[in-house]
Ligand binder design. Structure first.
Ligand code: SF4
Length: 262
């Protein structure tokens, strides 16, 4: 009897390696789409990017960083000055406050530098685990995989993870991702989620990892029959239960609502 509460199956480490290999082949040097010129400007850009598009953030930071690209200059610019540049971005009032407060904290406690330790980063105003992970990986080359709504969805759909919270998904990704792919993993998964494995109708027919992905409800090619897994057949995991495949679809679909954006 299949266990209704069983977690969806995970990819093997070997399959996970093959999955990253294909994403790496398609995009060998992935990087953030946010514009920045230093760890500090990256940190500010990531704080501003919560619930906003990278394009919108880049538009705002062009003027902001021209006026202030260091904590000292940002403090001198003041909350009203920061707000004037970021008004086009969602939650701008709060974000302007946080950018000012984190800049002051960097001056007071870190000699004006962005700390390289996760705990110190997460103590900065407006900085949560996701923001800290992006900065650690992108600015300092440390092994960290920031889990936003896209990464959460892609990880749960493909079988790289089968967890219900972003923190648990990050832990699973850190475990299953081969060392050589750790630095690029966040970018590959986020870009894959933005442009191919989109929330509503994933572009499975053109997806480079479709033969590895365990998602049971793949979008069929035009005119094709529904995939076997979606009809209740076996997946590549070697016989996932119907309940488990349903659970995967549910977990991945629910992802967006659960992921904090800081
Ligand atoms: S096959 Fe479909 S569900 Fe799987 S990763 Fe690709 S786009 Fe996403």
């Amino acid at each position: 009897m299949p266990n209704a509460a069983a977690a969806p199956p995970l990819l093997t480490k070997r399959a996970a390696g093959a999955l990253y290999g294909r994403l790496a082949e398609a995009d060998p040097a992935p990087k953030t789409e946010l514009d920045y010129s230093s760890p500090y400007t990256l940190l500010v850009a990531v704080v501003l990017s919560a619930q906003a598009t990278d394009k919108g953030v880049n538009k705002a930071t062009k003027g902001l960083f021209a006026a202030a690209d260091t904590p000292a200059k940002m403090v001198a610019l003041g909350e009203a000055g920061i707000a004037a540049h970021v008004k086009t971005i969602g939650l701008w009032r709060n974000k302007a406050k946080n950018v000012l407060a984190l800049s002051q904290t960097l001056l007071d406690e870190h000699g004006g530098e962005v700390p390289t330790e996760r705990a110190a980063l997460e103590r900065l105003p407006g900085v949560g685990r996701k923001t800290a992970s992006v900065v650690l990986a992108e600015a300092f080359g440390q092994a960290a995989i920031a889990v936003d709504t896209h990464v959460f969805r892609v990880a749960n759909r493909t079988g790289l993870a089968n967890a219900k919270t972003p923190d648990a998904v990050e832990d699973q990704l850190m475990e299953i991702t081969p060392k050589r792919y750790l630095h690029g993993a966040h970018h590959w998964l986020i870009l894959h989620g933005r442009y191919t494995c989109v929330a509503r109708t994933p572009k499975c027919p053109e997806c480079p990892i479709r033969t590895i992905c365990l998602y049971p409800d793949k979008t069929p090619a035009k005119g094709a029959a529904k995939p076997a897994a979606a009809r209740g057949g076996k997946t590549q995991a070697g016989g996932a239960s119907k309940a488990a495949t349903k659970a995967r679809a549910k977990a991945a679909a629910a992802g967006g609502a659960k992921v904090k954006n800081k």
